[in-house]
Write a protein that binds this ligand. Structure first.
Ligand code: RB5
Length: 146
């Protein structure tokens, strides 16, 4: 099993339950993690947590982040406002693999209300274990930043 850098996780209330499950996945894979919240299902605003995770990845403090809101849409839109962050909203294992191979995604966004927890477990494992393919994809990823 490959060694992984620590992962930083965050969610809003709608992603809280799935975030808690994903910490079990990370424990199973022996991947260290840090959780920036939220800490319950009380209503909060997803950008507050998405910015925390995105800032940690953009600054280089963490190489990978995971964000969960109800759909994954709000957190991915927010995280992608940060230069150097490539947040991918993923709904299946193929998407997880391709977001790494082709896009070098450094933030995984998932929907707590739209993703089956067992599927999310497999998505996260695939996403962590898939390397960036480089080559022509490296040229394309280099063109993303404005
Ligand atoms: C919260 O109700 C919901 O809007 C949020 O979790 C997310 O899905 C936004 O994109």
């Amino acid at each position: 099993m490959p060694m992984h850098d620590p992962v930083i996780l965050g969610s809003d209330h709608a992603g809280f339950a799935l975030k808690e499950k994903l910490k079990d996945t990370l424990d199973r894979l022996r991947v260290p993690w840090e959780d920036v919240g939220t800490t319950s299902e009380d209503s909060v605003d997803y950008p507050d947590f998405a910015h925390r995770v995105a800032e940690a990845v953009a600054s280089g403090l963490f190489s990978r982040g995971v964000l969960v809101c109800g759909t994954g849409i709000g957190v991915s839109i927010t995280a992608n406002r940060h230069a150097g962050v490539r947040a991918a909203l993923v709904c299946d294992e193929d998407g997880a693999r391709l977001s790494r191979e082709h896009n070098d995604a450094n933030v995984l966004a998932l929907g707590g209300r739209t993703t089956d927890p067992a599927a999310a477990d497999a998505i996260l494992e695939t996403w962590l274990n898939t390397p960036f393919a480089g080559g022509r994809h490296g040229r394309r990823v280099a063109k993303i930043e404005r």
